[in-house]
Design a protein around this ligand. Structure first.
Ligand code: URA
Length: 217
């Protein structure tokens, strides 16, 4: 897997990540969601440079001009629920793509730290031979992406996969590297060293779904 870690470069992405992590700023739901969306836009823009391109001729009122545009059938699949603002950010950039949604949640039997990832809902077009973008803000253990990939197998085999995440843990990136095809590319705003005993990224930012939409039971 090819990893593009944007925390290694100076850009506004770092400013938005700082605001998402900061306990005194992140409680503003609107700002948090907007920052997820903005980072989605910027990561999608960076990703767009890696797509195949074709030259087409555009007709203006005064003449014609050749222009190089992306040539890819893209399906954007996001993981509910924290994936929603990330999805919107990517969609702001790739407005013509097909869309897919999948739900994945952590089930902790008896409230223990260990958990299984349950995938319940999948609404997706065919991904056969297409470019698949999988978007999940937090790449923690990597098990959500692993389960999502398994669930999507019923919808075909993509030609190429791009993963877009806000923050990842090294362990999750390691697992993703073992389960996704080697040419898969990960576009990520920051990578942290550790996971805690409940599989949360440390220092991370907390629960991205709760910070977007409030606490759940
Ligand atoms: N999901 C989150 O929202 N945060 C984490 O740190 C890990 C998974």
């Amino acid at each position: 897997m090819i990893v593009h870690d944007f925390s290694k470069h100076n850009s506004l992405i770092n400013q938005y990540i700082r605001e998402m992590r900061d306990v005194s700023i992140q409680k503003d739901f609107l700002r948090f969601r907007k920052n997820v969306e903005r980072v989605g836009e910027l990561l999608a823009y960076e990703m767009s440079k890696s797509l195949p391109y074709e030259t087409i001729t555009v007709k203006t009122p005064l003449g014609t001009k050749e222009v190089s545009v992306p040539k890819a059938d893209i399906v954007l699949c996001s993981v509910l629920r924290a994936g929603l603002p990330l999805h919107q950010g990517i969609l702001n950039v790739f407005d013509g793509v097909e869309n897919a949604f999948i739900s994945a949640f952590r089930h902790h039997p008896n409230g223990e730290d260990d958990f299984e990832v349950i995938v319940e809902y999948l609404a997706a077009p065919s991904i056969e031979g297409k470019t698949l973008i999988l978007a999940d803000p937090m790449l923690a253990t990597g098990r959500t992406f692993e389960n999502v990939l398994r669930a999507l197998k019923t919808h075909g085999t993509p030609k190429k996969i791009h993963l877009i995440s806000i923050i990842g843990a090294k362990a999750g990136i390691f697992l993703a590297d073992t389960v996704f095809p080697s040419e898969t590319e990960l576009w990520i705003a920051a990578v942290d060293d550790a996971l805690n005993e409940r599989g949360y990224i440390v220092p991370g930012l907390g629960d991205a779904g709760d910070l977007c939409y409030g606490k759940k039971i």
